[in-house]
Design a protein. Structure first.
Length: 453
């Protein structure tokens, strides 16, 4: 939640201005994608490979979202321990990374962010996707249930982009929300999962880390809290992951109370996050083995946001679906990552609840839950699809499906559905689901419950 002003501070009445402006139409494509994170990339590649003209606008200076600009140090699992779930685009990206020495260690899942940036650039360029950086979709022009154009804000100014189909891959559901789709956000009290300002560290002796037996970070956290190392007693420490021979990617520290849809809240979180890393540097150097000479190389340009808007679609995927390993008639993929609901507060009780859930709400080898197409179709919109972190789920399911391999799955399905909508001239709810499933399977998607034609 954002911090409120003290009650003694008088509130100024909100003021408004009205303005209008003629905008140039600079883009006209079959499919326009807002957001170039893993979901947006997967959607763009899939739609382009089906013969569509595809445009993509990305707010950062690179594609990839959290795995690049956010410096998230590692992929979560691509498999259920038996089957490769993020098949197709997800598998292609992982294989490209390994060929270009972008995974560390080679058989692991640590991300070399600079290599991942190049992989995304190369794939989208090769397949003819017209993408542009430093550009955001800031409004939607709509008639009835159809978005006709999106207002984009770039360094050169405002302009309009027209398309027949739009895909929201922003993570925050910005495009769908602008177009009027309903959404949920946080819990009943507005609490959101905390964010993390990820970081990059050098001069780590990974051999000594391994021999020291203290892991990536959490083993002595209680001792350091008792010693007063941390201003906020945050017991949840995902840790520093190897991303090079002497480099580590830090998923350390939580930005409690940050709202990723509020620029003032984000500003405070960046300031706190950069200051907070001094405490973690002391902790790693003084309490753990192999980190004694570590140096901070960089903090991420993009705050690691785990949760904001969940766009409400024709179906809401729930924790009950996770528990029953649900199978759906309109299934477009399956996934299996545990429920990873970071505690909204740094107290001991909240951390204990998180620890119980992440241990108990997980699936066994070969087990997974279905992802229905209906969570990609925002209510009230006919030619807009959601993909990635903002798809239609409850909070606990969002905490499972939000990670990068899950985003590849929903992004690939959104891209294929968008292409079918362009080909047929039909709305999102009128395309053939069996045809969608067969085409996804042909493109590499894992759909074990698909019935033979």
């Amino acid at each position: 939640m954002t911090q409120s002003r003290p009650s003694s501070t008088p509130r100024r009445p909100r003021q408004f201005i009205t303005w209008s402006r003629r905008l140039p139409v600079r883009r006209e494509v079959d499919v326009l994608i807002a957001g170039g994170g893993p979901a947006g990339v997967a959607a763009a590649l899939t739609a382009a490979r089906q013969g569509c003209s595809v445009g993509l606008v990305e707010a950062q200076n690179c594609l990839g979202g959290m795995g690049t600009a956010g410096l998230v140090p590692a992929f979560m699992r691509f498999t259920d321990g038996v089957n490769f779930l993020a098949g197709g685009v997800g598998q292609e990206i992982l294989e490209n990374l390994r060929r270009q020495d972008g995974i560390y260690p080679r058989d692991g899942l640590g991300i070399k962010a600079e290599v991942l940036k190049r992989v995304y650039d190369e794939l989208l360029t090769r397949d003819g996707v017209k993408f542009v950086f430093h550009t955001q979709a800031v409004d939607a022009i709509k008639k009835g249930g159809r978005v006709q154009a999106v207002v984009c804000a770039g360094k050169s100014g405002l302009y309009a982009a027209r398309a027949r189909v739009f895909v929201d891959g922003t993570g925050d559901g910005d495009l769908a929300a602008c177009a009027g789709a309903p959404y949920a956000k946080g819990d009943a009290h507005g609490n959101l999962m905390p964010g993390t300002l990820c970081s990059l560290w050098s001069n780590i002796n990974w051999t000594a880390v391994q021999k020291g037996g203290l892991g990536r970070g959490a083993k002595r956290i209680e001792e350091a809290i008792a010693d007063g190392v941390f201003a906020v007693p945050d017991r949840h420490l995902p840790g520093i992951w190897p991303v090079g021979r002497r480099q580590g990617g830090g998923n350390i520290g939580h930005a409690f109370g940050v709202d990723g849809t509020d620029e003032e809240s984000l500003t405070r979180a960046y300031i706190r996050g950069r200051r907070q890393l001094l405490e973690y540097e002391r902790y790693y150097k003084e309490y753990l083995k192999g980190f004694e000479r570590m140096e901070l190389t960089a903090t991420a340009p993009l705050m690691g946001i785990r949760e904001t808007r969940r766009i409400l679609g024709d179906y809401v995927l729930t924790l009950a679906d996770f528990k029953r390993r649900a199978v759906f008639a309109d299934e477009i993929g399956r996934y299996s990552y545990p429920v990873d609901m970071h505690a909204a507060r740094p107290d001991h009780k909240s951390f204990q609840k998180f620890s119980r859930e992440i241990q108990s709400l997980r699936l066994g080898p070969g087990e997974s839950y279905g992802i229905p197409y209906r969570i990609l179709t925002p209510r009230g919109l006919d030619n807009v699809l959601a993909a990635g972190r903002c798809v239609s789920t409850d909070r606990r399911m969002q905490s499972s499906l939000r990670v990068m391999p899950g985003c590849y799955i929903t992004g690939m399905a959104a891209g294929m559905a968008a292409a079918m909508m362009v080909e047929s001239g039909r709305d999102s709810r009128a395309i053939s689901i069996p045809d969608l499933q067969r085409r996804l399977q042909a493109a590499g998607a894992y759909l074990p419950n698909l019935r033979p034609a």
